[in-house]
Design a protein around this ligand. Sequence first.
Ligand code: SF4
Ligand code: SF4
Length: 207
Amino acid sequence: MLGEQIIKGMAVTARNFFESYVSKDRLTTVQYPEERLPQKGNTRQFPFLVYDGDDWEKGLRCVACQICEKECPPKCIYIVKSKDKKPDYKGQPQIYPLRFDIDISVCMSCSICVEVCPFESIKMNTEFELSTADRFGGLLFTKEQLAKPNSYYQKVHPNDAAESDAVIASEKAKAEAKAKAAAEAKAKAAAAAAATAATPVPPATTT
Ligand code: SF4
Ligand code: SF4
């Protein structure tokens, strides 16, 4: 019947309105900021950079590959690469971001930077209370402000963080197995060379 759904909707609204005086479950709003609703698991606001361990500078996963900078639609990521290298979580020397800024006033929370990052380095934060009187400098976040420990990521996005941890553990295991195989092959080659050097050369015969 025409209008049936409208009447049903109005009935729900009326029920919520009157019953909210006696039942808190019928309240569809909260008294923010005193009251807050728990955030949903997939809530995303603005990006942050993940680091491992206690030292944010040493532990930053970002290797300054600049893929996120290139792919960001409104171009609000700015990266300056280092000239030297530091070991990554696999122990391999990698360049790192000397500078990594995100202009949060421009970011549109699309999460493309997260999707394209091959190093589990940039993730979406759930923090949204970022208002500031300084419209420009106050919303230009540097790498110090963007860096958060992996424990923070595990807290705000437990499922995604568990997947990231599994990817990193698997990459680490592969790198260790490769390094072990290379060391064994090197030791084998050295032993073979030593055995060849120790074999006496037979004297030359004359006819
Ligand atoms: S969330 Fe989107 S707009 Fe924001 S920094 Fe990442 S890619 Fe750029
Ligand atoms: S956050 Fe990821 S994609 Fe962006 S520069 Fe760092 S490693 Fe590359």
